[in-house]
Design a protein around this ligand. Structure first.
Ligand code: ZN
Length: 137
């Protein structure tokens, strides 16, 4: 099995489009409201576009109106890594794929959304691939 944490930068550039590389490997952010999954309500599982690991499910996706796909919980606690990000003069929590350590987005807490966790995993569409399939709750 490929150890995605060991893939060289040059290899990532071959595997990903320039836009995907910028967000996934350089912690970029796609423009709001343009991502293909922003308003998607299709039932299925969202995987990491860089490595294919399953990250989020449609059952935890909610309408946040923030302009990016939003989830109140990852598929499993160990599917993602959360770490402090102090870039841009803000204290935020960055969310990365646990399998390949690619950047996915950020998680925000205590915003008052009517969800079970009061967390908003704000994830770039370009970091995800949706596979349509039944999701068991
Ligand atoms: Zn990944």
């Amino acid at each position: 099995m490929t150890d995605f944490k060991l893939i060289a930068d040059t290899e990532w550039r071959k595997r990903l489009s320039p836009e995907e590389y910028h967000v996934l490997r350089e912690a970029g952010t796609e423009a709001p409201h343009v991502g293909e999954y922003t308003n998607t309500t299709t039932e299925g599982v969202y995987s990491c576009r860089a490595c294919g690991a399953e990250l989020f499910r449609s059952t935890e996706k909610f309408e946040s109106h923030c302009g990016w796909p939003s989830f109140f919980s990852p598929l499993a606690g160990d599917a993602v890594i959360e770490r402090e990000d102090n870039s841009l003069g803000m204290r935020r929590i960055e969310v990365l794929c646990a399998n390949c350590e690619s950047h996915l987005g950020h998680v925000f807490e205590g915003e008052g959304y009517d969800t079970p966790t009061d967390l908003r995993y704000c994830i770039n569409s370009i970091c995800l691939d949706l596979e349509e399939k039944p999701v068991e709750d």
